[in-house]
Design a protein around this ligand. Structure first.
Ligand SMILES: [Zn+2]
Length: 410
């Protein structure tokens, strides 16, 4: 059996894994990296039989519309992943256009992809022309799946993984396999205790409000914004929500089986005021205690409007809740204390804080997860510090650290 990464082996982003086995060619994820300029994986082989999408985040899904141009590739994922993925890819097309980059696919490709979709429900099994792939929950975000391919050997592809439950989704299922292809985003790093993080988050919000300020919480639209809203559900604060997260909420409302506690999420969302039109933003600035909005890395979206209005007032706070990639505005803010909006660099006077609401497994969780899989071969991907994770895994398995483009047998 042969494996080949088209991208996302030694880096976080642009993931794509080809598995060739018994005359079949399968693809797992096909993402892009929304950097400036964007980065893309290598071209997918034309003879792909089926492409499996683990979850909707762009680094996994961003290039899937291109697969519609292949002669007979089916496109397989959970129904909610298909819907949220389409929302994100459509948005990334808009961003490419706005920033003057080549658009890697067209709206027609997206439509054509929909006609190739074989939606598989939660915990279902995909069977077609001798291909058998089981879906197992990956935690991470609603609809995220791990895939167990039943071939000459069993291969488990984790996609992104959260080993413990969050407020939004349950923990990843433990699955036994021969070959484990595992993400390693947090290799060498641990997360702080989530309850402690939430406590500090609430304390800093209270302190901001006590001095007459407001809090802006930049958050990713899929997963993070909902997790933050859940954490604030019983705070009694006036919460306003803006940006693409609103559309994602509507999709999550239709997919309760993928949520840890659907009723709790719906109640939390009902307690939030959504900004329906850009004209409502002034009202949000007047009335809100906390504004949760996209983009999570401050590179676009309504967050820039709010920051431009709020940055001069030292009573206000900016609370980052997600990973800030190198080259992003969020990273610039953390490293240099400055932001660039419409080509103008500003230095916010506000309190700046970062909170770890990550939905990826930490280092020790990844080691325990890999051990429980009983895999004899572990392939690490989607990480820029894989070596730090490889060392403890070598105590119980053979560990492979492939580079992008390399073909290797397992
Ligand atoms: Zn993800």
């Amino acid at each position: 059996m042969e494996l080949q990464f088209l991208g996302g082996a030694s880096e976080v982003g642009s993931l794509g894994l080809v598995v060739r086995d018994q005359g079949r060619t399968l693809l797992f994820d096909y993402g892009m990296t929304p950097t400036d300029p964007p980065e893309y994986p290598r071209p997918a082989p034309v003879n792909i039989d089926a492409a499996f999408l683990s979850h909707a985040h762009l680094d996994h899904s961003g290039m899937t519309p291109l697969l519609s141009r292949l002669p007979h590739a089916r496109f397989v994922c959970t129904p909610v992943t298909a819907e949220v993925g389409e929302l994100l890819t459509r948005d990334s097309l808009k961003v490419a256009k706005a920033e003057g980059y080549m658009e890697p696919y067209t709206p027609d490709d997206m439509k054509a992809l929909r006609s190739r979709l074989d939606a598989v429900p939660r915990k279902g099994t995909y069977r077609r022309r001798g291909i058998e792939v089981e879906f197992h929950s990956a935690g991470h975000i609603p609809g995220a799946s791990q895939f167990l391919y039943r071939g000459e050997k069993d291969v488990l592809f984790t996609g992104d993984l959260s080993a413990s439950e969050s407020r939004l989704v349950g923990a990843a299922e433990r699955v036994e396999t021969d070959v484990l292809v595992m993400e390693s985003t947090y290799a060498g790093r641990e997360h702080p205790d989530r309850r402690e993080t939430e406590k500090r988050f609430e304390e800093r919000i209270e302190a901001t409000l006590a001095r007459g300020g407001k809090v802006i919480v930049p958050a990713f639209a899929v997963g993070r914004a909902q997790e933050v809203v859940l954490a604030l559900a019983h705070s009694g604060h006036e919460i306003w929500l803006d940006g693409m997260a609103r559309k994602v909420n509507a999709l999550f409302r239709r997919a309760p089986e993928y949520l840890r506690d659907a009723r709790r999420l719906y109640q939390a969302l009902d307690g939030v005021t959504e900004v329906q039109h850009p004209a409502d933003r002034k009202q949000a600035l007047r009335n809100a205690d906390v504004i949760v909005t996209t983009g999570g890395m401050l590179d676009g979206g309504p967050v820039l409007y709010y920051l431009a209005e709020m940055y001069r007032d030292a009573r206000n706070s900016i609370f980052l809740t997600g990973y800030q990639v190198d080259g992003s505005n969020g990273r610039q803010l953390m490293d240099k204390g400055t932001l660039t909006i419409d080509g103008v660099t500003i230095r916010p006077e506000c309190e700046l804080n970062a909170f770890d609401f990550s939905s990826h497994a930490g280092h020790t969780e990844l080691v325990e997860y890999a051990r429980a899989s009983r895999a004899k071969t572990i392939v690490l991907m989607h990480g820029d510090r894989r070596e730090q994770l490889a060392a403890p895994l070598r105590e119980f398995a053979e560990v492979r650290l492939p580079e992008t483009g390399e073909r290797f047998t397992v």
